[in-house]
Design a protein around this ligand. Structure first.
Ligand SMILES: NC(=O)c1ccc[n+]([C@@H]2O[C@H](COP(=O)([O-])OP(=O)(O)OC[C@H]3O[C@@H](n4cnc5c(N)ncnc54)[C@H](OP(=O)(O)O)[C@@H]3O)[C@@H](O)[C@H]2O)c1
Length: 292
């Protein structure tokens, strides 16, 4: 595969799966822009990608997906920096042990894993369409199956008893439903949208106190059985670059293969409803959101 002349944006590109996706796509010739919430970690990752990929064309944009104002300024910076966007990889995500709220008053896992990436994608969408054929890749998880009863529209902010894997499962189900509706809206534009499960990967999940107690301990103990971040990035890289999936859209992939996600993740009505609710939530914070 060659990615010469292509521009790829990867959120959460300073660590784990996102970092390895950046290295591989930069090696393949793409201009890579990573986003990170921490400038220091972001700068170190840019140097690492340049070094390992032998590329000079790696840039950083710093913003926090937990803040819709920050997402708006990050999107504006990305639009300034990138005359074209051939691939957007919505990779950043987290899992939290305890309920926290963002500055916008939204539950943080929902905000970082779904609402921030939703708004970012919408704000970049015209540029992505102008760059068609183009691709949007959303890193979901097989953990979405934990939300077997579907998205809890009555409590999207997870105000009930906080069970971290339930909350995480809901957010990853949202990633797949978002992909479905996005792909439907993009039909005929030459832009594809697909989601994926990367495998169980030895990455930064559980670091920095994001997961404490039993979950954190469990992750640390089990880590030796996980796959490497390089392997975990494989399906993201495939969906971002392979000619095999040119024109394939609205699908969920595991190990480079189309798989059926859970029944709840195939609910097209829930996908449309999530889009509408997400628009409202994004519009409720900050004025004049150019959400179309
Ligand atoms: N690891 C697995 O086994 C696994 C399995 C299924 C799905 N996934 C998915 O894979 C994706 C990548 O995760 P990973 O395993 O590579 O974990 P990771 O190493 O922790 O990477 C997550 C990235 O997201 C960034 N991030 C977190 N909160 C953010 C925020 N508020 N604003 C901006 N960026 C933020 C992190 O930045 P910091 O470095 O600043 O924290 C980091 O760059 C996630 O969407 C995750 O749900 C992972």
């Amino acid at each position: 595969m060659t990615m010469n002349g292509k521009t790829v944006i990867i959120t959460g590109g300073n660590s784990g799966i996102g970092l390895e996706t950046g290295v591989a796509l930069a090696k393949a010739g793409a201009s890579v822009v990573i986003t990170a919430r921490d400038p220091g970690r972001g700068k170190r990752a840019v140097e690492d990608i340049k070094d390992r990929a032998g590329s000079d064309s790696v840039e950083l944009v710093v913003f926090d997906l937990a803040s819709l104002a920050s997402v708006r300024s990050g999107a504006a910076e990305l639009l300034d920096l990138c005359p074209r966007i051939d691939v957007l990889v919505n990779n950043a995500g987290l899992v939290l042990t305890e309920r926290r709220e963002t500055e916008d008053g939204y539950e943080t896992t929902f905000a970082v894993n779904h609402l921030g990436p939703f708004l970012l994608t919408i704000l970049l969408l015209d540029r992505i369409k102008e760059s068609a054929p183009a691709r949007i890749v959303n890193v979901a998880s097989t953990a979405h199956k934990g939300a077997g009863k579907g998205l809890d529209f009555d409590d999207l902010q997870n105000t009930g008893r906080y069970r971290q894997m339930r909350v995480y499962a809901q957010s990853k189900l949202a990633n797949i439903l978002f992909t479905t509706e996005l792909a439907r809206r993009l039909e005929g534009t030459g832009v594809t949208a697909n989601s994926l499960h990367p495998g169980t990967v030895r990455t930064g999940y559980g670091r920095d106190g994001d997961t404490t107690g039993l979950l954190g301990l469990g992750i640390k103990l089990a880590a030796r059985f996980f796959i490497s971040p390089e392997k975990g990035a494989d399906t993201s890289i495939y969906l971002a670059s392979s000619p095999d999936v040119a024109g394939v859209s609205g699908k969920y992939f595991v190990k480079r293969t189309v798989r059926q996600p859970s029944k709840a993740a195939q609910d097209v009505d829930a996908a449309r409803r999530l889009w509408d609710v997400s628009e409202q939530l994004a519009r409720a914070v900050g004025d004049a959101t150019p959400v179309s």
